[in-house]
Ligand binder design. Structure first.
Ligand SMILES: [Zn+2]
Length: 312
């Protein structure tokens, strides 16, 4: 049985036809539309036609909050202001069963069935991207909480009244470790006269934002401001991870997203170094590892979500 996995990101929509062994056999990709859900349904239907292969079902990961299969909000997608039965809309258009999941949950699911989380029963996924996403697998099952709100690792508070987070609250992990928050902080510091080469690196790479690649190059050139700020980001994530382990007694932490893709085990071992002395009684089996599937984790996870819809 083949199923389709759709990964909706802020920049691109990736669609893949995935086989039983979690291999992506055909792909299609397009820029994320700036209009609302109807445009997404049209575009996804076109991309599904492009990959072909008569899929049995489709799964989709959306950067938003999902409760009872309904998309409650997707603040990072323009034109998605209201509660949407996106799953129903897609199923009607495509004529196949559709599964809907949060993008980070779907990413961790991909890593769980075919990547770095495989074999873990108590797993925290931390996706360090524009924000800091989180997802949980507890007792061998994806865990979403009472109303779909569990796993918000990025908004775990690590400093009461600390740095302003993109959610409007203060002291969250994301306020230190999310690229959008880091960008705002570094811009303030550049304006305040701190010496750094990171803005030159950004311009040289023709990037509008401080991407993971821009940070990586600034870190490699030992830029002092970038190094200090990245240290703060790693500390925030490490403190959050230690707290999560103290609360949940995990056996695996998977770090994904752009930074993990660029920095791999350099990043995970720095996070582990911060977390280690803060953990009360970590399992001897605990490992903190980078995601393995890169961009494919979302597509593979979404395709797996599709499978569960068919089985049901
Ligand atoms: Zn927050």
């Amino acid at each position: 049985m083949h199923t389709i996995g759709v990964d909706i990101g802020g920049t691109n929509i990736e669609v893949g036809l995935v086989d039983q062994k979690h291999k992506v056999s055909a792909r299609a990709k397009a820029a994320t539309p700036s209009a609302g859900p109807k445009e997404f349904v049209k575009l996804i239907s076109k991309l599904v036609d492009e990959v072909g292969g008569e899929p049995a079902a489709l799964g989709v990961g959306v950067p938003g909050v999902i409760s009872d299969n309904v998309l409650v909000k997707a603040p990072n997608l323009p034109g998605w202001s209201e509660k949407t039965d996106f799953r129903g809309m897609l199923a009607k258009k495509l004529g196949i069963p559709v599964g809907l999941g949060n993008d980070v949950d779907v990413g961790l699911l991909g890593e769980w069935v075919a990547g770095a989380a495989k074999g873990g029963d108590f797993v925290l996924g931390v996706w360090m991207g524009t924000g800091v996403g989180g997802s949980l697998i507890l007792d061998g099952q994806p865990y979403h909480g009472v109303s779909g709100g569990a796993g918000e690792f990025g908004h775990v508070i690590i400093h009461h009244d600390g740095a302003l987070c993109t959610c409007g609250r203060r002291g969250c992990v994301e306020g230190y470790g999310g690229r959008r928050a880091m960008e705002r902080t570094i811009e303030h510091r550049i304006d305040a006269g701190f010496e750094t080469s990171i803005d030159e690196i950004r311009q040289k790479k023709h990037k509008g934002h401080f991407t993971s690649g821009v940070w990586q190059e600034a870190l490699e050139s030992k830029d002092p401001l970038a190094t200090a700020m990245f240290r703060d980001a790693v500390t925030a994530v490490g403190v959050g991870v230690a707290s999560a382990i103290n609360l949940l007694d995990l056996d695996r932490v998977v770090i994904g997203g752009g930074f993990a893709e660029k920095l791999g085990t350099d990043l995970t071992s720095s996070i582990e170094e911060v977390a280690q002395p803060l953990m009360l009684r970590p399992s001897p089996n605990l490992t903190i590892v980078p995601a393995k599937l890169g961009d494919d984790s979302g597509v593979v996870g979404a395709a797996n979500l599709a499978k569960s819809v068919v089985v049901r």
